[in-house]
Design a protein around this ligand. Structure first.
Ligand code: ADP
Ligand code: MG
Length: 645
């Protein structure tokens, strides 16, 4: 006779160890040839299911040799086992083992999915099988919407999906009424007639009577084996398609679809997982945009001062002073202007806070006494009227130029301020001009809430002192600003006999501010990254729970042909899909929050880098934190997984 399809040689399967060892199968030898219809009978606990799991390669024997088509099963890797299992066996279980979250058609398709059959072919075949089994109008019913007999017929269709040569049925009628039992057995008989090898496990004589050969098990030993009188079919139904698709992992689109389906089933949990990722990603984007916005804002304001500005203040370097050190004189400004090259202009400055009054309106604002070249030095144009002249400065004129905020304060009805008189510290000043609006300074104060007066007038008539509290120098060639700063420093040291002042250029100020702002951005980014990490841990947590909860599903998938890498792929895909969706929503939310803050006047600057980074991190988190649960799922033992509740 031909080579046996299934050959068990001295097979034993023990459970437990020591005194508690159960010999579920004890030194069993058995050969089954292609085309046989075998019933394995025995009482409950006699080892029938154990034998079926061994034959179906869901379990490994403790001892002995098991060969399928001459191949020693013990020598195969888990994935080779899965492949051989998928190509050889179709399983029918007592409790149907359908996926509750999938409809009839999808359940039937599963084995073909793992065999890499394209979608339309799968669908066609699944429908054909269901129609053949009388379920044409039940394609999209979930198992819970089907009767026991119908569910078992779906299971039969699933077992036939890959057209395996052997059907293994463990108590296929155990949960069915007698009419349904007859239907299912008639189906199996029909399949046998068409050339398949059928192995049915049962404890019922009636069911066993359909078979040609009956094997009886008692306490893990074969006690009877009725070999059939007739020869088995000469041409076994080795019809499964060998078109080389068996080793292709299921496609990306398939796994994403599958992931979406199982994520949808547990929508609330999915939403919670998403939330973690969304918050993380949105936080990264918004925080970094705030950091970047604040940085650009400060830098813009500093740049607006001009990068060609040198500033000299009284007080020794490194000592915080109130600005009232009596060290910087108007004559110093003059000396600098006359002796140092590369200078466009020098503006002596003396400023302070004064109360201004016009009619019944009074307000305390900044009063800056400056030289007539102030507009030139600061690139700040006059909007209306004129700025004061050198003559005004020389003659201590009581004239003032107002900033736009000051104008709004004292002329609330939009009257023309030019030519009006305003009291500055009780002295009437004629308003001769209005400066253009400049906005907030880097240090935050409103530069437009200012009244400018000649510095001579400020010194003598307003502040009553000889000393400047600042000197602004505009240099000609910015590249030489360091040298000019040195020259100014040397000159002033020579004049004062000590370094009792501080000189600084805007370029260095810019550098310092950039550093501070970068630190702020890194800080914000770190906080946001931590929330993304927490989101990732959430994903892992949920995926781990999901693996435990879906152990049975994993078992069913393994019994129907899934390899470890298929299971890995499935769980990894689920994690990646959650994180990708979460990442996309997070990016959208991040930008939305950013724009919302923008409306509320917060400085926001979006750059593509944080969005790309955060999104990549989210997907990376998914893959990273999905890996552990996926691995756990993939390494489950098929029998253990199947028997879990
Ligand atoms: P049957 O299917 O014939 O009712 P089983 O093959 O399920 O019997 O079980 C045979 C024996 O092996 C029983 O005594 C059972 O308790 C034991 N057994 C089966 N599976 C396990 C297991 N995973 N762990 C421990 N004992 C087991
Ligand atoms: Mg059993």
């Amino acid at each position: 006779m031909a080579q046996p399809l299934i050959k068990l040689k001295n097979i034993s399967r023990y459970f437990g160890s020591g005194d508690a060892t159960v010999k579920a199968l004890d030194n069993v030898s058995l050969e089954i040839h292609p085309g046989e219809f075998v019933a394995i009978m025995g009482q409950s606990g006699s080892g029938k299911s154990t034998m079926m799991n061994l034959i179906g390669m869901l379990d490994r024997s403790t001892d002995g040799v098991y060969e399928v088509s001459g191949k020693d099963v013990a020598k195969l890797t888990p994935d080779e086992l899965a492949g051989l299992r998928r190509d050889t066996f179709g399983f029918i279980f007592q409790r149907y083992n359908l996926l509750n979250t999938a409809n009839a058609e999808e359940n039937v398709e599963i084995p073909a999915l793992y065999a890499g059959i394209p979608g339309h072919k799968r669908k066609e075949r699944a429908r054909q099988l269901l129609t053949d089994l009388g379920l044409a109008d039940r394609y999209d019913h979930r198992p819970s919407q089907l009767s026991g007999g119908q569910q078992q017929r779906v299971a039969v269709a699933r077992a036939l999906m890959n057209d395996p040569p052997v059907i293994l049925a463990d108590e296929p009628t155990g949960a069915l009424d007698s009419k349904s039992s007859e239907d299912v057995m008639a189906l199996l008989q029909d399949l046998h007639k068409k050339g398949r090898t059928i192995i049915v496990i049962t404890h019922e004589e009636e069911v066993a009577s359909y078979a040609q050969r009956q094997i009886r098990l008692e306490d893990g030993k074969i006690t009877r084996d009725d070999q059939p009188a007739m020869q088995p079919h000469e041409t076994p139904a080795d019809t499964h398609n060998e078109d080389g698709k068996q080793n292709i992992a299921i496609g990306a689109i398939e796994s994403v679809k599958m992931a979406l389906r199982s994520l949808r089933v547990n929508i609330f949990r999915t939403a919670l997982t998403l939330l973690g990722i969304i918050i993380g990603v949105a936080a990264v984007i918004t925080m970094l945009a705030i950091g970047e916005g604040s940085k650009q804002n400060v830098l813009n304001q500093i740049s607006a001062l001009g990068t060609n500005i040198l500033n000299v203040r009284p007080g020794a370097p490194g000592i915080r002073s109130s600005g009232d050190n009596a060290t910087l004189m108007p004559s110093d400004a003059k000396a600098v202007a006359e002796n140092i090259s590369n200078i466009i202009t020098v503006v002596p400055e003396r400023s302070g806070q004064k109360t201004l009054r016009l009619g019944n309106i009074d307000d305390s604002i900044a009063v800056e006494g400056v030289g007539e070249t102030f507009p030139l030095a600061r690139d700040w144009n006059i909007k209306e009227g004129t700025f004061f002249t050198q003559d005004d400065v020389n003659s201590y004129a009581a004239v003032t130029v107002l900033g736009t905020t000051a104008v709004e304060t004292f002329f609330p009805y939009g009257e023309d301020p030019i030519g009006e008189y305003i009291l500055v510290g009780n002295i009437p000043f004629e308003i001769i001009g209005v400066m253009e609006s400049k906005g907030a300074a880097p240090w935050g104060s409103d530069q437009d809430n200012t009244a400018w007066v000649p510095y001579t007038t400020a010194l003598v008539r307003l502040f009553g002192s000889n000393y400047l509290n600042s000197m602004t120098i505009k240099v000609e060639n910015t590249d030489l600003i360091e040298q000019t700063e040195k020259d100014v420093t040397e000159l002033l040291i020579a004049r004062h006999g000590a370094e009792d002042f501080r000189a600084r250029n805007t370029a260095s100020f810019l550098e310092m501010a950039t550093e501070t702002q970068n630190t702020l951005t890194i800080l914000l980014g770190a906080v946001a990254a931590i929330s993304l990490l927490v989101g990732g841990i959430g994903v892992m947590n949920i995926m781990l729970v999901s693996v435990v909860e879906r152990t049975r599903e994993i078992g069913i998938r393994m019994a129907t042909g899934a390899r470890r890498k298929d299971i890995m792929l499935q769980f990894n895909t689920e994690a990646a899909v959650v994180c990708t969706i979460g990442g996309m929503i997070g990016v959208a939310l991040g930008f939305t929050m950013g724009f919302a803050l923008l409306i509320f006047g917060v400085n926001i600057a979006f750059t593509p880098a944080p969005a790309i980074l955060a999104f990549a991190c989210a997907v990376g988190t998914g893959l990273l934190f999905g890996y552990l649960p996926a691995r756990k799922a993939a390494h489950l033992d098929p029998v253990v997984a199947l028997s879990s509740e």
